[in-house]
Design a protein around this ligand. Structure first.
Ligand SMILES: [Fe+2]
Length: 170
């Protein structure tokens, strides 16, 4: 009985995490076009557009997880992602140098990626513990995408965008 209760508690937490991730991803589907639109560097712009497509796929994966769990998709409103997106919007509004803005947008996007990596990492471990193999497989795919997106942003910042931001605009 005690074991069952423990199990139920972790499953509740897991469900809450999936509802939070569903809110986060749908919020990002709305935010990413704005970040793409305000990127000057063509690689950054296409990177945001590609990640928008990936994010739409991540939303579909979460819907599949709800399906596997036998419940309809639900969201838990997450204030943190709204704060991170607001930070990016603040940069768009206040940084006038387009090259500096690009560097700032990468930094803002990496905050989001690290935040998502933490969320999916936890959800994946909990799914495994709960024996939810189908959900674990889907979460692992998204976790891999988020890590790849972060690494791509890292390379773009390091080898191009940060360097461009040092020089004044022509
Ligand atoms: Fe994502």
């Amino acid at each position: 009985m005690k074991n069952n209760l423990k199990h139920a508690e972790l499953k509740d937490l897991f469900l809450l995490k999936i509802k939070a991730l569903y809110d986060i991803e749908t919020h990002l589907v709305k935010a990413l076009p704005k970040m793409a639109a305000h990127s000057a560097d063509k690689d950054l712009k296409s990177g945001f557009k590609n990640h928008l497509k990936e994010t739409q796929g991540q939303v579909r994966r979460l819907r599949n997880i709800f399906f596997l769990l036998g419940i309809s998709p639900q969201k838990t409103q997450v204030e943190a992602i709204r704060g991170l997106v607001k930070d990016a919007e603040w940069l768009i509004k206040n940084i006038k140098d387009t090259r500096a803005l690009d560097a700032g947008l990468i930094a803002a996007a990496q905050y989001v990626e690290h935040y998502e990596i933490a969320g999916y990492g936890t959800a994946l471990e909990w799914a495994k513990l709960l024996g939810l193999e189908g959900a674990a497989r889907l979460l692992k795919e998204t976790l891999r995408e988020e890590k790849a997106a972060d690494e791509k942003l890292n390379r773009l910042a390091k080898h191009k965008v940060n360097k461009q931001a040092i020089r004044p605009e022509e």
